[in-house]
Design a protein around this ligand. Sequence first.
Ligand SMILES: [Zn+2]
Length: 261
Amino acid sequence: MKNVTIKKTDNIEYLQFNKLLEFQDELIHAYTLKTFDFGLDKRIDRKKESLKILADTFNFSENDIIQGNQKHTDNVVEIRNQEVSLENTDGLITDRKQKALLTATADCICFLIYDPQNKVIANIHSGWKGTTKRIIQKAIYMLIKDYNCKHENIICCIGPALRKDHFLVNQDVLEIFENEFADYWRKYAIAEETDLENEKGKQFKIDTILINKLMLKELGIIEKNIVDSEICTMCKKDMFYSYRVYGKDYKNNIGLIMKRK
Ligand SMILES: [Zn+2]
């Protein structure tokens, strides 16, 4: 697999981005595989157990964990010393050490972000709704404005997610994308009509990864710092959880990023 390395211990399997491993003296990061059972809230006991495994593996305490109550919003919260509300939160940013930023995804994109110059991290959950709300651009703006990051230093890694060939939508969703990203639509092959139909009519494929990459480039993130795992959660359903494959029984893959003490 390109750009990533898979690691396995007795308790957990996870993927790491080779680019972020260059900074492993100061940075911890991972995107968990399916063998790491991170259930939904209804299975709270299992979730606690899993968080303990994650914390033990990467040498942090469960108290260091910061996870937003993800709702497909464009809300990005900056973690400093004071308590903040994590309700309706899909993005987390911090320059503090020992804050384990977590997101949970199963088909949605997890962005693990690092500025090695200013030592700021971010973890962003962006499904198709987050993409149309441009949450990734909002997060990058905050890094530049609030943390003085230079766009050319920001590294943005794209986790396993549902890719174009498997992201099928109807006309209604297609139009939301077309309206929001009219400029891209004219220049790039973002959507494709298919022969498939469901009860709501004709289906289209949309390349949400490409849209997110274009949004990053628009803000000056440089090509070599946009690191794509190039993994589709549906194609690799044996390795990762996919909402579209597992339906209501789906579980989550966990994205983790933390600055070491
Ligand atoms: Zn696929």
